[in-house]
Design a binder for this molecule. Structure first.
Ligand SMILES: CC(C)(COP(=O)(O)OP(=O)(O)OC[C@H]1O[C@@H](n2cnc3c(N)ncnc32)[C@H](O)[C@@H]1OP(=O)(O)O)[C@@H](O)C(=O)NCCC(=O)NCCS
Length: 182
């Protein structure tokens, strides 16, 4: 596996509105069609919380995140409306890497960027909805599947076949690996 080379592949940088074309291109390559979200949905998230949106590796990867409430969950391709006044977690809504660059460490770099920013913002938890059999990837970064009464209605927006599941990372007890790499 080739390590992510920040000099040749491009570092992680904040997303700008002009990056949405690249986001839509990567989404088509990285996600099954039933998981696609609209430009409007992406643009709303970028507008509400630009500080949680990043582009990586010379526009071959992206990540959207925003302050949120654990109990609310987030539906697929659904508007947020507004951010909660008293958020209790950072929600990593969507991370994708162009398949031509999978295995180069770009996903790791994006995940660490979001976890580090959650810490800086003072959140104790980071939350996400895992799709496309990605729980193994997220568990490498300390995320654990939320069992029990997670929001079934919202998870169904990802499709019954998808087996989408909520995962949470408690960042008050960081693992050794994250401490070393962030
Ligand atoms: C999941 C995804 C973001 C990983 O990105 P990536 O850049 O290929 O990942 P990295 O190269 O940084 O891999 C980091 C580590 O995770 C491992 N890994 C990558 N994908 C994995 C997976 N699906 N399951 C388990 N481990 C995985 C890598 O082998 C690597 O291991 P190492 O530390 O031992 O070398 C990427 O495969 C992707 O975009 N998938 C399609 C979109 C998607 O499903 N996103 C997740 C939605 S919740």
């Amino acid at each position: 596996m080739t390590p992510f080379d920040y000099n040749t592949a491009g570092a992680i940088r904040p997303m700008l509105p002009d990056d949405l074309d690249a986001v839509l291109r990567i989404q088509i390559l990285a996600y099954k069609p039933h998981l696609h979200e609209s430009r409007t949905t992406f643009a709303e998230k970028l507008g509400l919380f630009p500080g949680g949106c990043w582009i990586g590796g010379r526009s071959v990867a992206y990540l959207f995140s925003f302050p949120w409430l654990q109990e609310l969950g987030v539906g697929l391709n659904a508007p947020l409306g507004r951010l909660p006044a008293t958020p209790d977690c950072l929600y990593m809504h969507d991370m994708a890497v162009d398949p031509a660059f999978h295995g180069c460490g770009i996903g790791r770099a994006l995940a660490h960027t979001a976890l580090a920013s959650a810490k800086r913002m003072g959140f104790h938890r980071v939350m996400l909805t895992a799709v496309q059999e990605s729980t193994g990837f997220w568990s490498r970064f300390g995320f654990k599947v939320v069992s029990g009464n997670s929001n079934r209605t919202l998870l169904r927006t990802y499709g019954d076949e998808e087996r989408a599941c909520l995962m949470i990372r408690d960042i008050t007890a960081p693992d050794v690996r994250l401490l070393r790499e962030v």
